[in-house]
Every structure is written in C-alpha cells, then in structure tokens.
Ligand binder design. Structure first.
Ligand SMILES: C[S@@+](CC[C@H](N)C(=O)[O-])C[C@H]1O[C@@H](n2cnc3c(N)ncnc32)[C@H](O)[C@@H]1O
Length: 248
C-alpha cells in the first residue's frame, strides 16, 4: 500500500481514521478554511504559487485553488494514503495542483521548494516538531517566500495555564460532539474521538507521545525572531490557533 518510509509519529492507519473523521475532529473547519484564504497575501485574479505542508485530504488546497483561480498549490504530505486522497480531491484543478511526498523533519525539501512562494500554509501538523525544530523550520521557510509572502499556520497550541487547558479540552469535545451529530447524524464520531484519546488537552503525557505543541506566545516570538513581520493570531478555537507572519 505505502511506498514511503514510516513517519515518526503518524501511521497509515491514522490517515485512514483522519480521512473519515477529520472533518468532525477539526473545530469549525469551514471558518478556519476561510480565515486561511483571507490571510493569503494576494488577489483572486493573481498568478502565484502556494506550498502546503502536510495537506491531508487536500481540503485546504482545494479552498485556496477555488478562491484564487490562477494560483497553483504544491501539496506535500508524508503519507501515501493521504496523498492518494489529496490527489482525488485536487484532480479537478488539473495542473494547478501537485501532490508530492515530504517528511516534515527532513531538511532537503526545504531547499528544493521553489523560491518566490506567495504563501506557505500548514494545518494541524507542525506540533509534531519540538520547539527548537519549529524555530528552525520557521527560519528555513522565510527565504522561500516572495517579499510580502506569508507563512500561515493553524496548529494545536500548548495551554499557558490550567484554566485555558481546561477550556481548550472542553470546547474541543463540545465542538466534536456537535459536529458528530451534524455531519454523522449521531454521536458515533464523538465516541471514537473520546475512545481514541484524540483530545490532547485531556490526555496524559504518555497518551500525547509525539505531540509537542508550544504556546502561541512562544511561537509568535519565534516568528519575529526569525525575521517575519505582521506576526498575528487570526483565529482560535478550542486550542486550535491560526497564526501568520510575512516576509518584509
Ligand atoms: C492531523 S493530520 C492534518 C491533515 C490536514 N493538514 C488537515 O488539517 O486536515 C496530519 C497530517 O500530517 C501528515 N504527517 C504527519 N506526520 C508527518 C511527517 N513527519 N511528515 C510529513 N507529513 C506528516 C499526515 O499524513 C497527515 O496528513
């Protein structure tokens, strides 16, 4: 089934699970998608290229391609199962979408990404890197952006205190319960979310092995330290936080 080396913290079985349930597990994904689209520094009729790190099923790349009708997206993912799914999702965009293999932790793809990208986007994946590796990633990506280009990331962030952690966990569970009923017609997806221990904020450290979210305050500072400008938080829900920085 897979022709890719194993990923450090993600198995093909996780991809199958997330293809089925990611729409429900992600709080308010339509809202999130629109916020990503708004943050891309461009106009709907402009021609430019966006890279997506860990594209999953391709829902974000599809939203970008629909809204920016001359844009191209290079959609990268480490899972063969996900790349197959993204290839299906993005087929309607023809040559405007390219789905390719990458391993987030590797260095080589950072050099081979084309220069002059208008944006680099990523959703719910960079938390697999520890803090120093996130800092290195932010620094490595800046020169790949065109002047004015943006790095736009949504990720689980670490709670800075116990009360925000409690809220993040409760709010995430509530959203998944609501979305399970809306999209699946019952609470089956919510029960899977609870049984599979997907709620980072309610888990033990052992259950969260491989997940290394950092606080949003640290990550904004790391973007500024790397030289990004216009660093901001655009959207947040249940610990899922969309933040951005731009090349000056
Ligand atoms: C939680 S899913 C998020 C998918 C998509 N971005 C979304 O928001 O729905 C994590 C994604 O990261 C990919 N992934 C996980 N670890 C990776 C790694 N080390 N290198 C490359 N891709 C990885 C998985 O295949 C999966 O598509």
């Amino acid at each position: 089934m897979t022709d890719s080396p194993a990923l450090p913290f993600w198995e093909e079985e996780h991809s199958r699970h997330f293809i089925d349930l990611g729409r429900i597990y992600t709080p308010r994904r339509d809202e999130l998608q629109q916020a990503f689209i708004d943050l891309i520094p461009g106009w709907p009729d402009e021609q430019f290229t966006v890279a997506e790190l860990a594209c999953g099923t391709g829902w974000l790349a599809a939203g970008i391609l629909e809204n920016y009708e001359r844009a191209e997206v290079i959609a990268l993912d480490g899972s063969q199962t996900m790349r197959n799914e993204a290839t299906r999702t993005l087929a309607e965009f023809g040559k405007r979408a390219r789905v390719e293999h990458f391993v987030l932790e590797d260095q080589a793809w950072r050099q081979t990404l084309p220069d002059g990208l208008r944006a680099i986007v990523s959703s719910l994946t960079i938390h697999h890197l520890r803090g120093p590796a996130k800092q290195q990633l932010f620094a490595d990506l800046l020169p790949k952006l065109a002047p004015g280009g943006g790095l736009i990331v949504c990720d689980l962030v670490e709670a800075a205190g116990n009360w925000s952690r409690r809220h993040f966990g409760l709010a995430w569970a509530n959203d998944v319960n609501m979305q399970s009923n809306v999209f699946a017609g019952d609470d089956s997806a919510y029960r899977a979310f609870m049984n599979e221990r997907w709620n980072y904020y309610e888990n033990t450290p052992e259950e969260n092995a491989g997940d290394y979210p950092d606080t949003i305050a640290d990550q904004l500072q790391w973007l500024r330290d790397a030289g990004y400008v216009g660093v901001d938080v655009a959207w947040a829900r249940a610990g899922h936080t969309l933040f951005c920085g731009y090349r000056g």
